[in-house]
Write a protein that binds this ligand. Sequence first.
Ligand code: T4K
Length: 377
Amino acid sequence: MNLEPFNKIIFVTRPVFPTIEEVTEKLRDIWNSKWLTNNGPQHTMLEHELKNFLKVPHLSLFNNGTIALIVACQSLRLSGEVITTPFTFAATPHVLNWNNITPIFCDIDAETMNIDADKIESMITPRTTAILAVHVFGTPCDVEKIQDIADRYGLRVVYDAAHAFGVEIDGRGIGNFGDISMFSFHATKLYHTVEGGALVMKDGYTKQRIDLLKNFGIKNEEEVVMPGINGKLDEVRAAIGRIMLNYVEGERLKRLRLHEIYNEELGEVEGLKLMPVCAENVKLNNQYYVVRIDEKIFGRSRDFVHDAFKNFNVYTRKYFHPLCSEYTCYRQLNSSNPANLPVANIVGQQVLSLPMYGDLTEDDVRKICAILKSFKA
Ligand code: T4K
């Protein structure tokens, strides 16, 4: 195979773009409606459509996933300590910090890279109010075990489902587990609204509280009933989100094919650990493709591979390195001690996100695999 550098940069991902004509048509509707934000018709319709798509009872749209998660913590009145994972995007522990909550980092499972449910119980203290777990790279957490612990200790469960759009267990939308789940609709996600996000919840009362919290707590012209924030999704993004719903399944299937090629090409390479394999009752979304590189066996470190790929115009990403427990704002916490997080510290050194998006061709992926294999010492 030709191992010349790609003649254009291959990024870790590229957003899915609707046609400009589809967007123009929807913009015309918005212009005619003279309604740009604050719960307009596009917003109402998208909430309804997404609720059906994600198979959840209630959904509230947001201007991004981070604000949504901040509001989720507010709505459940979380405080004290919340047990979470260090192997995630910065937003996850930051939303706790923004709520004056101390993140307590729990180690992760070596297979799924999600919070290790068997270790959660030992981290619970009288100050613990909730578990904030992340379905990392779309692989579902051990939702049953987590709920069992939460029930026994009277804790809330919030899922950061930023990576898990459309993931299902036994045909049930992933958003049905826990008290509240957050989805991110950032441009780099399988499904997006440019920037955006949503919370999904079990009951209408929680949705009402969340809808108030994302609109400054304004109930009506006379009453402001709680200290809310501005978390609203505007009409332009909501309209783009409605168009993007027509693209999501096609994009998922394209990525599924690329995922299979990665597995096929890299399956036999010693020193590479591929994406976790889920039970048959799990429908994945194939949003990311990550490998773990064991330097001792592969002969090259993850950092070597990451840098060497650039010589071929391939820009991979170290999702998620550094661990959140290594950030200057969290590393003084007791739970950040590497002795408490042995698995996360290894995974954080090994993980590399490879390019994954529908516009990549099968040949592109085979070439990326050949380049990766050429690095093996
Ligand atoms: N929880 C978790 C577990 C998350 O992963 C995230 C977000 C959140 C919470 C918070 O949700 P939001 O508040 O964002 O809704 C990207 C995304 O910005 C971020 O949303 C995402 N996680 C994270 C995993 O990835 P960066 O800093 O890596 O993005 P950036 O700008 O480097 O983009 C990655 C690549 O995508 C670029 O190298 C090129 C390509 N790209 C990107 C953009 C924005 C394009 O080709 N076009 C574009 O417009 O965080």
